[in-house]
Design a binder for this molecule. Sequence first.
Ligand code: FES
Length: 57
Amino acid sequence: MIICVCKAVSERTIRRAVREDGIVSLRELSRECGLGTCCGKCVPLAREVLAAELAAL
Ligand code: FES
C-alpha cells in the first residue's frame, strides 16, 4: 500500500527502512526517502506504520 503518494513511498518501504536501515524516526525516514516533504498528508499514517514496525522489533 502506498503511504506517501507524493513521493511514492510504500508501507513495505517504511517497514524495510526500519528493519534493514535502522530508521527510528519520521525525520530520518523523510531524509531517506522524502516521505512527508510535499503535502504532508501521509505523516499521521506514516507515523503509525513506523511505530508499529518499531514495536515489532
Ligand atoms: Fe506524502 Fe504528500 S502524500 S508528502
